[in-house]
Every structure is written in C-alpha cells, then in structure tokens.
Write a protein that binds this ligand. Structure first.
Ligand SMILES: Cc1cc2nc3c(=O)[nH]c(=O)nc-3n(C[C@H](O)[C@H](O)[C@H](O)COP(=O)(O)O)c2cc1C
Length: 129
C-alpha cells in the first residue's frame, strides 16, 4: 500500500465517519503506517455494502476478511470509526480510538487487535487483560 499522508488519513477518516454514520455502522480502524485493520459492525447488508466499497478502493490492495459473523452486541457502539495512527502517537489522526479499546470484551476480536499492534511493534494501546 502506498503510504498515506496525515491529511490523506484525515480525509479517509472523515469519509468513513460520514458514510458509516448514515448506515449505522460502527467500528474501528487501526493503522500501523503500512497496514490497516478494520472492524465493521452493523446490519449484514450495510456491512456488505460498505465492505464492497472498501474492497474496490485503490488506496489499498490485498484486502482480506479475517472474521465475519453475527455478534451479540457491538464492541464499538459509540464510535462511527476511530483511527489509531502510526507508531507511538496516542494522538494520531483520531487518538480518541484509544479509550474505545477498553470496551472490547470479545476475546477473538481482542486477540486480532492485539496481534496487529504487536506485529507492528507498537503495543501502545492498553487493551484490557
Ligand atoms: C483501509 C480503508 C478503510 C475504509 N473503511 C471505510 C469504512 O469503514 N466506511 C466507508 O464508508 N468507507 C471506508 N473506506 C473508504 C471507501 O473505500 C470509499 O472510498 C468511501 O466509502 C467513499 O466511497 P464512494 O466514493 O463510493 O462514495 C475505507 C477505505 C480504506 C482504504
């Protein structure tokens, strides 16, 4: 993936928040400078529609679905989309994502989020447990 500049990341975040709010999608987007890990929560048809737009986005390649299925409740109910940007910048583009990590109670999702950070060499978010 081509590196996105801070303004480009900001624009991406705005797009996500705007669109997701309209269709009641919540989630989080992590970014480590070269990869993204995103979580989308919402009605299956809304998630599918957003995901097909994301898949077609030429700003990234190699999009993979790591997990898909019903959930009992949202893990990021208060968030349209948060972004944890590169390295040890809790501020990032949308540093407000950090507190929302504390709401993650789903074990599988928690592991995915944690692995992404550790793989990036930046275990900067204090996830529960
Ligand atoms: C890593 C990544 C994650 C994205 N996540 C979302 C998202 O959650 N919701 C969304 O509406 N668009 C997301 N987008 C942007 C979409 O791919 C698309 O550009 C945007 O929805 C605007 O689509 P439109 O030009 O068809 O209106 C993401 C893009 C990237 C590169």
């Amino acid at each position: 993936m081509a590196r996105l500049s801070a303004p480009e990341l900001g624009r991406l975040l705005e797009q996500c928040r705007f669109h997701n709010q309209q269709v009641n999608i919540t989630g989080v987007l992590l970014h480590d400078g070269s990869r993204f890990l995103g979580v989308l929560e919402g009605a299956p048809e809304a998630v599918a529609a957003v995901f097909s737009r994301i898949e077609a986005d030429c700003r990234h390649t190699g999009v993979q679905v790591l997990a898909d299925g019903p959930i009992s409740h949202r893990q990021f109910a208060c968030w349209t989309m948060g972004l944890v940007d590169d390295v040890s910048q809790p501020g990032g583009v949308g540093g407000e994502a950090i507190p929302c990590m504390h709401t993650v109670t789903d074990a599988g999702l928690w592991l995915l989020l944690r692995e992404f950070q550790v793989g990036a060499g930046h275990p900067l978010l204090s996830l529960p447990g």
